[in-house]
Design a protein around this ligand. Structure first.
Ligand code: 5AD
Length: 327
């Protein structure tokens, strides 16, 4: 697909054709399968001040937490006992020795409790090569680090000065070089973001060497500096754009793993299902201990239970040509 074609589809030029093309690829390459990855939100303590993020360091309204090892292992056991193949440990960005060692030990212990069967994805921000190597050696399999926007100017507008676009690109590359199955992604509908920027994002994600992608609509959080800037796109337009982005990436990269994000589910439950039909093949149900979840508030209204056991499974089993699989 050329950039021109991508822009045509992103602009709503022919949704029907786009979604037919992407679903055909989805079903021929990946069948009906939807993979579950249990999401554990380890901590909302963060050293970064990203302008869009509700748990940014400067937001003093956030009640900060760090799960105990035991809580993480309990969640991991839940995933394992239910036959899920994979876990994601996500956290605010911390670089202390304590944190590095904690992740290392958690990875080792989860591998032990699952007899090596649970795959572990980490999503703990930018770290040194050394740290990535330690986590990989401990047994982590995959790493998610979103580029957020591949347009340097926009990236710089939504991040504080100490977060560098070039460093983010290099860090993404170092994850790939290190041997992680690496994922990335972007937010869709940011203030100042244009269709042209999003077309560049799709080409970036298709060509940067990643094997997983999570992208979702930007959702305002009133306790962040970005709140006062308006997006060009309404929430429902962002939902539609996200579906188009997923479909386009599926066409560009037939085999890549694409998550149907929590942010998409927050704006529209139905869209999270549609996403699966037009190209996504991964959902990440939240298995953080329930009493803690509300504190991991990246954006307003973030759904805290993905309610997978009732609504979704029922949906998937009601003749929709998809099949939830644990592995
Ligand atoms: N809206 C949507 N997504 C957000 N994230 C952080 N803040 C927001 C927001 N306001 C996403 C970022 C980050 C991921 C963990 O959550 O893309 O990488």
């Amino acid at each position: 697909m050329t950039k021109k074609e991508i822009i045509f589809y992103l602009s709503g030029g022919n949704d029907r054709e786009l979604f037919e093309r992407s679903s055909a690829i989805r079903y021929s390459m990946l069948g009906r399968k939807v993979y579950l990855r249990g999401l554990i939100e380890l901590s909302n303590i963060c050293s970064c001040d990203c302008l869009y993020c509700g748990i940014r360091q400067s937001n003093s309204n956030v009640k900060r937490y760090l799960l105990s090892k035991q809580e993480v292992l309990q969640s991991a056991r839940y995933a394992y006992d239910n036959g899920w193949g994979s876990l994601v440990i996500q956290s605010g960005e911390l670089c202390s020795d304590y944190f590095t060692t904690l992740i290392e030990e958690l990875v080792q212990e989860i591998k032990t409790l699952s007899g090596g069967e649970l795959a572990i994805t980490l999503s703990c921000g930018e770290q040194s090569k050394d740290t990535y190597r330690r986590w990989l050696e401990a047994g982590a399999d995959r790493y998610l680090l979103r580029i957020e926007s591949s347009t340097q100017e926009l990236f710089e507008r939504i991040h504080p000065q100490n977060i560098s676009y070039t460093k983010r690109l290099n860090t993404l590359q170092s994850l790939i070089d290190c041997g992680f199955q690496t994922g990335s992604g972007v937010m869709i509908g940011l203030p100042l973001q244009t269709i042209d920027n999003l077309a560049d994002d799709m080409l970036f994600l298709a060509n940067c060497g990643i094997v997983m992608c999570g992208m979702g609509p930007y959702i305002e959080h009133c306790e962040t500096p970005l709140f006062k800037y308006n997006s060009e796109f309404s929430h429902s337009q962002r939902v539609q754009l996200t579906l188009r982005c997923i479909a386009i990436l599926r066409i560009l990269r037939p085999k890549i793993n694409i998550a149907s994000s929590t942010a998409l589910g927050t704006l529209s439950k139905q869209a999270r299902h549609q996403a699966m039909e037009v190209g996504a093949n991964v959902i990440m149900p939240n298995i953080t201990p329930e009493d803690i979840r509300a504190n991991y508030s990246l954006y307003q209204g973030k759904i805290s239970d993905l309610d997978l056991n009732s609504f979704d499974i029922e949906y998937f089993n009601q003749g929709i040509p998809l099949e939830v699989t644990s592995k």
